[in-house]
Design a binder for this molecule. Structure first.
Ligand code: SF4
Length: 454
């Protein structure tokens, strides 16, 4: 018989809006993103015998009415950009006598900092530590830190409980997110993945295929940060062919360089890829330790993907150390000439908990301390070859230039891949580009809507 010290009838899961999701897309009520997998995955880990109810609050798509939350335990998950807001929520709930637990990327990278605000933190995947935390809480033995084992078994993960997003379903592009691999073998200097997810791991192909089979919709997205680092991807895509689904996924340009892999991916329904090109300067790619990308292969990779009916969301970073003031123009030329279906631009950001952050800090180049500004759309690292204002202006110029109607028509008519999605995303990002300058630092760092309720 389980010892009961704390009542645990209901959990409230809260995902504070990451700064990047704060930009409402003008006329669009729907966010142009998929539903995150974290909360559905955590809900699937609640032990059945504990008979716990739950509520889900995703601030990226809804306003949270704090006075309506009536749960015994508050579980917050956050990326760095949402962490200051997470701390404001923690302060509010603790003032109401609630226990607050925090997990997610920021808690994994900065556990000690989070512990200054919450009662307990979860480091790494919740697969074992989340149910353990629930039992400990109920028994009055909550620990301050729960750390996932490094030798975690990736077999037989319970399938995420996507029904938890049922009432918010129409606010996302899709609620059908799937993850097959964890971590990455590469070490791109700016990326948090190698530091928040140690090693490179796969779920068994049969587990992933069975999970996809159970998704009723024809379409879904993979959220794996780096899915094609070894032969596992070929095995997975081969097994997915009979499912006759359509999917999109983050990728590297290696997908266009391995014909067998590309054929299998396309046959299994690949319709869109998110590729971190990062820069159109080879010198910069080497500088950020992403030398496996090669600028002279970018055009060919884009053409091969388009020839196979695959749309490209291409991501580019500005303000890297080798970037001068011409980087914006050069990038836009590439985006238009290569017909990148959905281009996205970010500003060089050093995430806390990574060696890159430590290096920038030691060099005195971290110029913003508020994590809310760590959304890749603000300057938090002092650039080397331009001023902060030049970087901000260039970044905004690139967004506007890429989403001029002339550019959209040129790119999409050159690509003609997965057009319904590409047209919708271009309209949404055109509005986003227009609104970008409105989101000042003052707006980003204001949590008074939460703190005033204490
Ligand atoms: S940017 Fe992509 S390839 Fe590079 S470390 Fe991160 S996940 Fe891996």
């Amino acid at each position: 018989m389980e010892e009961v010290v704390n009542k645990l009838d209901k959990i409230a899961f809260i995902m504070p809006r990451g700064a990047i999701y704060r930009y409402k897309t003008g006329a669009f009520k729907q966010m142009i993103r998929y539903a995150p997998l974290t909360i559905p995955a955590l809900i699937s880990l609640i032990p059945e015998d504990m008979n716990i109810k739950y509520e889900v609050y995703d601030e990226g798509v809804e306003q949270i009415e704090l006075n309506k939350i009536d749960a015994d335990l508050i579980c917050i998950t956050s990326i760095t950009g949402g962490s200051e807001r997470a701390f404001a929520y923690a302060k509010y709930f603790k003032s109401r006598g609630k226990t607050v637990v925090m997990g997610g990327v920021h808690a994994t990278l900065k556990p000690e900092e989070c512990l200054e605000h919450v009662d307990s933190v979860q480091i790494g995947l919740g697969i074992e530590i989340f149910p353990q935390m629930l039992r400990d809480y109920k028994a009055g033995k909550l620990q301050k830190i729960y750390r996932a084992r490094e030798d975690l078994c990736y077999k037989d993960f319970p399938f995420p409980n996507r029904r938890c997003y049922q009432d918010k379903k129409l606010k996302f592009v899709t609620v059908n997110s799937v993850q097959a691999t964890y971590g990455c073998l590469n070490r791109c200097e700016f990326c948090v993945t190698p530091y928040s997810s140690k090693g490179y791991h796969h779920r068994p192909v049969e587990d992933v295929v069975e999970e996809i089979k159970q998704i009723k919709s024809k379409t879904f997205v993979f959220v794996d940060p780096s899915p094609i680092e070894d032969d596992y991807a070929k095995e997975l895509y081969r097994a997915m062919i009979p499912l006759k689904k359509q999917w999109a996924s983050p990728m590297t340009i290696k997908i266009a360089q391995d014909k067998e892999l590309l054929d299998l991916a396309v046959k299994s329904g690949m319709k869109g890829v998110l590729i971190g090109f990062e820069t159109v300067s080879q010198k910069t790619l080497l500088d950020i330790k992403k030398g496996f990308n090669s600028v002279n292969k970018f055009y060919n990779a884009a053409k091969i993907l388009h020839d196979n009916g695959v749309a490209i969301m291409g991501c580019f970073v500005f303000g890297l150390d080798c970037d001068d003031k011409d980087c914006f123009k050069r990038t836009i030329e590439f985006v238009n000439e290569a017909n990148i279906d959905v281009p996205r631009f970010t500003i060089n950001t050093a995430y806390p908990g990574t060696p890159f952050y430590e290096r920038m800090k030691a060099d005195g180049r971290i110029i913003e301390d508020d994590w809310s500004l760590y959304d890749c759309q603000h300057v938090v690292v002092k650039p080397l070859q331009m001023t902060v204002d030049e970087l901000l202006e260039g970044h905004r110029w690139a967004w506007k230039e890429a989403y001029k109607t002339k550019s959209i028509i040129k790119r999409l008519s050159g690509s003609r891949s997965f057009l319904p999605y590409a047209i919708g995303a271009n309209i949404a990002y055109k509005i986003y580009a227009h609104n970008l300058p409105k989101f000042t630092n003052k707006v980003m760092c204001d949590y008074s809507d939460i703190l005033n309720q204490i």
